[in-house]
Design a binder for this molecule. Sequence first.
Ligand SMILES: *[C@@H]1O[C@H](CO)[C@@H](O)[C@H](O)[C@H]1NC(C)=O
Ligand SMILES: *[C@@H]1O[C@H](CO)[C@@H](O)[C@H](O)[C@H]1NC(C)=O
Ligand SMILES: *[C@@H]1O[C@H](CO)[C@@H](O)[C@H](O)[C@H]1NC(C)=O
Ligand SMILES: *[C@@H]1O[C@H](CO)[C@@H](O)[C@H](O)[C@H]1NC(C)=O
Ligand SMILES: *[C@@H]1O[C@H](CO)[C@@H](O)[C@H](O)[C@H]1NC(C)=O
Ligand SMILES: *[C@@H]1O[C@H](CO)[C@@H](O)[C@H](O)[C@H]1NC(C)=O
Length: 470
Amino acid sequence: MQKESDPKPFKCLLSTMLCAILLVSPLTVFIFGFNISYPQSIFSSNSNISNSHGQIALPDSLHSEISHLQIQLGFLLEQLHNESSESKAITKFSDQVLHIAISLDKIANSLSGSYPKSPPSAKNEISNVDQDFSDSEEGEGEEQFMGGNIFNSGETYSYISPKPNRLIGKKNFLGVEALTPSIGLACAKMASNLDRFMSYKIHSTCPDDWQIAQKLVVHGCDPLPRRRCFTKSPPHYTKPFPINSSLWTQPSDANILWNNYKCRDYSCLVSKETVDQRGFFKCSSCFNISQRGWDIPTNESLSAEFTIAEVLGLKPEEIRIGLDFSPTTGTFAAMMREKNVTIASSTLNLGAPFNEVIALRGLLPLYTSIGSRLPFFDNTLDIIHSTLFLDGWIGAELLQFVLFDWDRVLRPKGLLWIDRFFCHKEAMKLYLQEFNRLGYKPLLWRVVPKNDKLGDELFFSAVLEKPIRG
Ligand SMILES: *[C@@H]1O[C@H](CO)[C@@H](O)[C@H](O)[C@H]1NC(C)=O
Ligand SMILES: *[C@@H]1O[C@H](CO)[C@@H](O)[C@H](O)[C@H]1NC(C)=O
Ligand SMILES: *[C@@H]1O[C@H](CO)[C@@H](O)[C@H](O)[C@H]1NC(C)=O
Ligand SMILES: *[C@@H]1O[C@H](CO)[C@@H](O)[C@H](O)[C@H]1NC(C)=O
Ligand SMILES: *[C@@H]1O[C@H](CO)[C@@H](O)[C@H](O)[C@H]1NC(C)=O
Ligand SMILES: *[C@@H]1O[C@H](CO)[C@@H](O)[C@H](O)[C@H]1NC(C)=O
């Protein structure tokens, strides 16, 4: 086994902002030398917010309140740090603010139970992924909590610690002396599962456990690191089809690792018999690669499907890059590619090899959960299309996070194509209110009955144009 170098104690899991400040502050040495210990009993003995493991299950509002305060303090510290005055009063004042910030970080860390107090031993470096994976952390939290570590795996610990540049104390091109990964509270809530994911034989083949990773991702523990094992590949991988045929050709069975799917070959994915058990009911015909879409005009009182020609016709030559946020095997992206538009297809692997198939078709899969910040910069994409993903299941709050992040990445005058959003008649008003909140200009708009149920659901489609905002 490799000898691990001891990771530095990790001090600011929660507030990236504050961390950044602390890292560049002249008081850094003091902070990192500060040994934080915290009496758990205050939170677990006389209050009913602690669960049976002594971990605190706090309302989300309190978490957001705390991180809000951390951000505010971060700003205050940055301002003080920017203040070039050598005044003693300012220095003293900064010190006081910094102490408050540190206390707040301590409180936040203790509340979240996410603070690893000492580097864990390397005892778990050997894989224990053979154990059943479950959502529940029951029976494991307490032991870890009492032992003073939330995360037990050395790999997890190594990942969450700030990683200093090779030349200690020198800033890198990003202006920081150390980089800290964006892994936090959500991971602490599923510490044993993360540890399980991070416990593998180093320098050998990783376990084929993407479904554990996906569960972590869906629960907000994202992105997931693994630095020292090699991804398993399909043993008989053959080179993919050339691009002029790959778009519409069923990929070879040999190019997919089937171990974690109910289906064990491609014909199962397309066969009607398996529809009910496959877990990808939202897109049951997706895997029939020969099925096209969005190319035949429909009767507008019966169907809410617009054609691609109709939508691109709204802005000839202007739509070049975009995102499809749908349970998809890339058919929309393939259709758009034929129009010379580059589309990234964002989907999880919903019980079937969605991402593999998109890639084997020669299209770009984007593997992100719903509500995560999209890996695109502000005001960059020409179009966002979403079909069948967001519908009556989604709560208003999550929908707002999704819509406002789409808004962020869409360029001014870019198009948001809501494609057959469906929900119960009564709920439609509420959802339309959320879409309207964006203040976009409707270029196409259609609401039609959804006829495959008892007539109590509606389809809504629209193409909306993002305004230029001053
Ligand atoms: C919360 O605490 C109070 C007083 O300590 C107790 O009576 C009550 O049963 C507790 N509630 C729960 C849900 O544990
Ligand atoms: C601190 O200074 C930097 C660089 O001058 C500036 O970008 C930043 O906005 C300032 N921060 C605050 C909070 O004033
Ligand atoms: C794909 O391109 C190759 C080389 O350009 C060509 O020989 C082949 O006929 C093309 N196949 C199809 C299906 O168009
Ligand atoms: C796949 O789609 C094509 C075109 O719509 C259709 O002709 C074919 O029957 C479908 N195959 C299966 C297995 O459903
Ligand atoms: C569209 O569907 C409606 C309702 O079934 C029908 O009355 C109408 O004639 C159809 N229009 C066209 C152009 O087919
Ligand atoms: C896409 O680009 C190719 C190469 O520039 C061009 O030949 C083709 O006509 C374009 N297709 C469309 C639909 O614009």
